[in-house]
Ligand binder design. Structure first.
Ligand code: PMT
Length: 398
């Protein structure tokens, strides 16, 4: 989404400026043409040389910079940009932009812009809560400025509260989302991801090798497309994608309860989780001794089929399944799709789908098989979300 975009990355005076170096690194890696402009106080925290080295371009700090032919860097830089992102944006900078002041390069190029402006505030919690800052931020939001964050937590000054700049990876995700077509705007998407864990006793259980990567990628792509996303996740240690609400569960029964509580209230349900088909009939309260008969011959009972149950609701959401098969992908996936009464199922081979960053999937619907080129899971997730958007609104097909 970001490749080839031209971003002016503004940096103002805050200790959070050290994190902007990592954001810049990510932008450059993603093929973004990034031009850095710093306020004078930002140069107290980070040197222009750091950003110049990372971006491979001269960094601008001065309204009167003679390196630009027309001596008007504020016009030249702002005209060349698809967006301006100021991270960190100090309280002072936000106040100046709200007032329309243009007394340094960064504020002047923001005032002269013809492109969207995104700001990532960073300041002490009391400064953030101050009515003056609240007024300025409300004024900027009303002017169409996109406010990213801030986060709450421990602050560099030693206090705790709201005012931390969003983490660089979250800012990168937010910028990606900003440039993603909002094909699912106003839609609510519920999905499952990861494995389930079926307890045998307090230390043992039945589970599988799902890493959650595919499901988390689909959640992220849906959120980037503008949907309100709830991710019911089995036990995996993954960061929650920006803008996604996670409900953490462990067993299939917990996943079932979390999904059924929400399924009547959504437009789309996507089952990416590798849900255990069976669970031990009784989870022992105490650790079972290794020579106990119950451990040698585990007695299992079936788990509810969450996806089939959602698809069987009187007014079901659009239900999309996943099928991981070790052979005969088309036959098995199509059989699953029909048995669960789904318009669409995503087939992948176990050897390719489980665990890694890449996958090779085939979409199966009533018309047949539609293979997608092998790709990383984030790319595949975006293609799946585009396909789902087309199913929801065929007339808006791109
Ligand atoms: O997490 P990763 O490491 O990235 O791996 C991704 C994946 C391989 C797990 C994923 O791409 C995938 O294929 N998930 C489905 C795994 C599977 O084959 O599930 P299944 O055949 O048991 O179930 C078919 C569908 O029904 C799935 O959508 C599943 O979520 C759903 N199901 C299954 C059983 C059950 N009790 N309830 C369900 O909702």
């Amino acid at each position: 989404m970001l490749q080839g975009k031209r971003i002016v990355l503004g940096v103002t005076g805050s200790v959070a400026a050290y994190k902007t170096a990592w954001l810049l690194r990510r932008l450059v890696d993603a093929g973004v043409e990034t031009q850095v402009a710093m306020s004078a106080s930002a140069t107290r925290f980070m040197t222009p040389m750091t950003f110049q080295t990372l971006s491979g371009k001269p960094v601008f700090t001065d309204l009167w910079d003679a390196r630009v032919d027309n001596h008007m860097p504020h016009i030249t830089l702002s005209r060349a940009a698809d967006a301006i992102l100021v991270a960190p944006a100090s309280a002072h900078f936000l106040a100046r932009v709200a007032q329309g002041l243009a007394d340094d390069l960064l504020s002047a190029l923001v005032l002269a812009r013809q492109c969207p402006l995104l700001v990532a505030p960073a300041m002490n919690r009391q400064m953030w809560e101050n009515p003056a800052t609240r007024r300025n931020v409300a004024c900027l939001a009303a002017d169409g400025v996109v406010i990213l964050g801030p986060d709450a937590g421990a602050q560099a000054c030693g206090e705790e509260g709201e005012g931390r700049m969003l983490e660089p990876d979250d800012l990168f995700a937010a910028l990606t989302a900003f440039f993603t077509p909002r094909r699912l705007r106003g839609r609510r998407v519920l999905l499952t991801a990861g494995p389930t864990f079926e307890a045998i006793d307090p230390v043992r259980g039945l589970t599988n090798l799902s890493s959650g990567r595919m499901g988390y990628a689909v959640a992220r792509a849906a959120a980037d497309a503008g949907a309100e996303v709830t991710l019911v996740s089995g036990p995996v240690a993954r960061a929650v994608p920006w803008g996604v609400r996670r409900v953490s569960v462990c067993s299939a029964l917990e996943m079932h309860a979390a999904v059924m509580e929400r399924a009547t209230d959504v437009d789309v349900f996507i089952g990416v989780a590798a849900v255990a088909d069976y669970r031990p009939a009784h989870a022992a309260g105490q650790k079972i001794k290794k020579d106990a008969e119950t451990l040698r011959t585990l007695s299992l009972v079936p788990n509810p089929d969450i996806l089939a149950e959602v698809a069987a609701l009187p007014d079901p959401p659009l239900c999309v399944g996943f099928a991981a098969e070790s052979e005969n992908l088309e036959a098995h996936a199509q059989a699953k799709r029909r048995r669960k009464n789904l318009p669409l199922i995503v087939g992948n081979l176990i050897q390719e789908g489980f665990g890694g960053d890449e996958n090779h999937v085939v979409l199966f619907d009533e018309a047949g098989a539609h293979p997608l080129p092998p790709a990383d899971k984030v790319t595949l997730a975006r293609q799946l979300i585009e396909h789902i958007a087309q199913l929801l609104e065929p007339e808006q097909t791109a």
